[in-house]
Design a protein around this ligand. Sequence first.
Ligand SMILES: Cc1cc2nc3c(=O)[nH]c(=O)nc-3n(C[C@H](O)[C@H](O)[C@H](O)COP(=O)(O)OP(=O)(O)OC[C@H]3O[C@@H](n4cnc5c(N)ncnc54)[C@H](O)[C@@H]3O)c2cc1C
Length: 344
Amino acid sequence: MILPRFDVLVPETVDEACTMLSDHADEGVRLLAGGTDLLVDLRRPIIPQHVPRCDGCTTHPEGRVLSTIECAPSDSDPLMASGGSIRTALEGPRHAAPAFLVSLHKLDQLRGIERLADGGLRIGALTSISEIERSPDVREGWTALAEGADSLGSPLVRNRGTLGGNIANARPAADMAVPTIALGGTLTLKGSSGTCDIPAKDFPRGPGLSVIKQDEILTDIHYPSPVPYSGSAYYKLANRKALEISTVGVAVWLALKEPGGPVADVQVALGAVGPVPILAESVREALIGKVPNEKTLLQAAQAARGDARPIDDHRGSAWYRVQMVEQLTLRLLRTVLKRIRDSK
Ligand SMILES: Cc1cc2nc3c(=O)[nH]c(=O)nc-3n(C[C@H](O)[C@H](O)[C@H](O)COP(=O)(O)OP(=O)(O)OC[C@H]3O[C@@H](n4cnc5c(N)ncnc54)[C@H](O)[C@@H]3O)c2cc1C
């Protein structure tokens, strides 16, 4: 594989890594975790000719080569309105060859899976997908995440790929991002000016676009403690069983008020059916407070279908994808309810 020329910088601390990101912003700099997304990205040709040009919205009055998806929400959205401080899929260092890669491999504080005193879980951004797949804690308390890990790539890719890389890459089909959203995960971003926590659902802003700033690093992902009578599941529908990007991915987390009682809370996240993973808000309206039965579960699955915004592509048509959102949501709601019953 022929890659463009770059220098690799190896920081010893997270602060040093943030400084490197801001010092080399003008020359082009990218973070390197497992490299399974990044190195593929770097092989791509520099800014394709057909990329639409923004001729000057309020965020980019000078006009730049950009995805229209970035410009569309930017005028009304203060996060997007920070313009150049947000890394984007099609501008600057992302597709142009960066002069520097900042390798995270020495930052051991970014690795590991840890049960927290409040019952929650902290996973360091540099933790490999394999480690998550093998963790009994994750499988027991945050099953949807373990099932996301099972479904990602191949053993080789899972050994190198990291949770942070999968989420930071901000792809609509990312198999770890979708369960992270359904499980109510929170991302910790550290930059030169401090640390902030944001809900995982608010992180992506378009394919390859996110709210992360130029000098920020995703350091940890926190998952809330499992509540009584709750469970989760993830299913990836793809054309092959391995080494395949999902056609549709659905993650469900659900909690009952009491065994056999009404739904206390539910979160359904959808992958590959919109420009970002989608939290299907309509499912909450359809199911919270209702006793789950075939009628209410079907209503919830139909609500999820209404929240999907798919496109036609070589993996499946938009029509097929919305049918699958309904079917998979229904199937996963039943699976989660069975898991809750069986765990009594
Ligand atoms: C053959 C193959 C199959 C694949 N199959 C799947 C699949 O089935 N499902 C799926 O979801 N993905 C798949 N992928 C994509 C990829 O393996 C995963 O997304 C992986 O988790 C990325 O992690 P990484 O550590 O390799 O990220 P990298 O490639 O190192 O980084 C990805 C991006 O995130 C940024 N980044 C990395 N870490 C951080 C951080 N801590 N803070 C801020 N930014 C950061 C990088 O700068 C880069 O822009 C596949 C890739 C390959 C090559």
